[in-house]
Design a protein. Structure first.
Length: 357
């Protein structure tokens, strides 16, 4: 589908179209799992073993607030779990993993239940999720529709045109005004508040890093696992940049498929240094470059010179760079994004408390 002149989501409303796009592109990794996951919790047990989930709750039951945690990635935890540290409302968290060590405070009761049985025990006023495109977000969205609860989506990452659409009549808690407008894409059924990014806010509270000189060897952050661009486009950008500048290529942790591994090996033989170290990205002081990785903004917040690069960027990539204030290679380094004075997680908690009054 041509999106060269598209500013907003490719599929702003139709989740089934989004699934179809994912399937047709034959994406590597989680796509088939994602689509199967959403439907599996409703299948009869003789067709597929019904999924069991962790049911973590505090306070009175049924809880006023239900959190659907489909991923335990750092961004999801900060957008969905960190707010619970700023409020003591009765809450239940549904997750695929035991997240006891991530839950703030004490007095959490953790059970392992069938998802269908867990849903029967819930009667919240508010559901908080990252969206309705995975199974826990989908199941709790259907619950919210059935009992007329508020469905709130907390943004946890940067948005491209290929992001899944927002749930009908959802309330969005966005990183910025530009993000809200982009994700809503002209819909009139969505309301929103701007709260900021907890990930960026926390990064901004840390002491600035002593950056290497801007002329030091850059590190190119790989994204060949991604679905947003054709693989050859990711590869062209990474190879061209590293070959022309002497940068070392840092594979994304999800670049483990055979084709990616073979590509790394070939580039290694061709003289491109492959960064196989396991140092956390937030400890590196070399300049950082990528096509559109969140790591560029994280580096900028830490005071590390950071840029974006693609030899032939599609129009939507240029729009992405503009929306997030990312500087292209050869320009002045990307400035640190503005962060709010109030921790976004606290702002989310305050919003939830208002809704639960």
């Amino acid at each position: 589908m041509d999106i060269e002149n598209k500013s907003g989501l490719l599929f702003p409303e139709d989740l089934n179209q989004w699934y179809a796009w994912q399937r047709s592109a034959n994406r590597i990794g989680n796509v088939k799992h994602t689509v199967k996951q959403v439907a599996s919790w409703r299948k009869p047990s003789h067709i597929s073993a019904p999924p069991r989930i962790f049911f973590s709750s505090r306070g009175s039951r049924p809880s006023q607030l239900v959190v659907a945690l489909d991923s335990i990635g750092a961004t999801s935890l900060k957008a969905l779990i960190e707010p619970l540290a700023y409020t003591d409302v009765a809450a239940t968290v549904l997750s695929h993993n035991d997240i006891t060590h991530h839950l703030p405070g004490e007095n959490w009761c953790v059970e392992e239940l069938l998802l269908s049985e867990a849903i029967k025990q819930l009667n919240p006023q508010v559901v908080l999720s990252a969206g309705h495109y995975l199974d826990l977000g989908s199941a709790t969205f259907e619950l919210a529709l059935r009992i007329d609860a508020d469905y709130v989506v907390s943004q946890h990452g940067l948005n491209t045109p290929f992001a899944p659409p927002l749930a009908p009549s959802a309330h969005l808690l966005a990183f910025s005004q530009a993000d809200a407008e982009f994700w809503i894409s002209g819909r009139t059924d969505i309301t929103y508040d701007v709260v900021g990014s907890q990930l960026f806010w926390e990064a901004a509270q840390l002491p600035a890093m002593q950056a290497s000189d801007e002329t030091a060897q850059p590190i190119f952050l790989g994204q060949m696992h991604g679905a947003e661009l054709p693989r050859h486009s990711y590869a062209q950008a990474g190879y061209t940049f590293c070959k022309e500048t002497g940068a070392r290529y840092r594979p994304h942790p999800n670049e483990k498929d055979k084709l990616s591994v073979l590509t790394h090996a070939l580039w290694d033989k061709m003289g491109i240094e492959i960064d196989r170290g396991r140092e956390p990205l937030n400890t590196l002081t070399n300049p950082v470059v990528s096509i559109f990785s969140t790591g560029v903004l994280e580096a900028a917040i830490r005071g590390i010179p950071a840029w974006v690069y693609h030899p032939k960027p599609p129009a939507w990539v240029r729009e992405f760079w503009d929306r997030y204030g990312l500087s292209q290679w050869g320009e002045a380094p990307t400035p640190a994004p503005t962060v709010p004075s109030t921790p976004p997680a606290k702002a989310i908690a305050q919003y939830l408390e208002e809704k639960l009054k």
